[in-house]
Design a protein around this ligand. Sequence first.
Ligand SMILES: NC(=O)c1ccc[n+]([C@@H]2O[C@H](COP(=O)([O-])OP(=O)(O)OC[C@H]3O[C@@H](n4cnc5c(N)ncnc54)[C@H](OP(=O)(O)O)[C@@H]3O)[C@@H](O)[C@H]2O)c1
Length: 307
Amino acid sequence: MSSHLIELNSGESIPAIGLGTWRSKPHEVARAVEIALEKGYRHIDCAWAYGNEKEVGEGLRASGVPRSEVFITSKLWGTYHRRVEECLNETLANLGTDYLDLYLIHWPVPMNPNGNDPMIPKRPDGSRDLDESWDIRDTWKGMEEVLKKGKVKSIGLSNCSEMMVEKILTTANVIPAANQLELHLYNPQHKLVAYLKSKGIVPQAYSPLGSMNSPLLQDEVATNIANTRQLKTSDVLLGYLLRKDIVILPKSTNPARIEANLIGALEAYKRLTAEDMVVLDNVAANGKQKRFIMPPWGIDLGFENWG
Ligand SMILES: NC(=O)c1ccc[n+]([C@@H]2O[C@H](COP(=O)([O-])OP(=O)(O)OC[C@H]3O[C@@H](n4cnc5c(N)ncnc54)[C@H](OP(=O)(O)O)[C@@H]3O)[C@@H](O)[C@H]2O)c1
């Protein structure tokens, strides 16, 4: 079931379907992870900022699946850009493991490590308290150091536009293995995905179903294709990305949906035709372009269609 793998430039392989854990409540996420692993997932997407890594670790252990068989990703939070290893150590302790398979910079936005909040420090005017004197390229050096120490097997980025990747590459010794982005039917970012592939950086799709209360699940084009191919709309949304060699990270804490997403994505991967793919590729450009995840960072990240 977990055999669909994508190669990373680090020499490691990443299972193309991972369970998302953002907004999975602490009392639900352990069971979700346990069920996912029982049903065949071998990849869990985590982050320090999700505040639930302890419970994710409980689920991993409860499943009985050996650590070596599970690909675990986590992410460095913005208030820790000057302290990469400290954030990583907290994540490792919470998950109860001594290494990660992939460690990502969550957002290319360093925040004040000594501000009024450890998560999202704010200035008196309510704007986000950014650490403007810190260069993201130095964060990448910190990532390279934990890689060298063997605490993580691969390092990568998240929420980085082409402009940001180019900036990081000016001083990088290690090419990022992956870049985790908002990628789905309504925000396919075709240009950015092609750019990443040209650099050997694997694109990962977050919010592949359109996140909470998603209009994508009712999209007419995807639903028509789903009906024709005897699939669910959610299967088409996931299979569409898989067919583009994009890693998908659907989140669910519902046992039936956890299983259905894995089986359905793989079925859609097989059943979608080249014509279906062309139709799906054009949905956003035909008036449905939409992003769902746009935190008010207060700086230009270099993305198209932001705002
Ligand atoms: N790097 C980043 O900045 C970043 C940002 C956002 C997300 N992520 C990662 O990507 C993961 C996925 O993104 P996401 O959580 O925003 O959204 P998503 O996976 O696109 O959608 C999750 C939502 O869809 C529901 N759902 C799941 N399967 C379904 C199905 N088959 N049919 C109908 N509804 C379904 C879930 O509810 P139930 O749980 O009730 O099923 C939940 O409300 C996150 O969990 C996180 O790991 C990363």
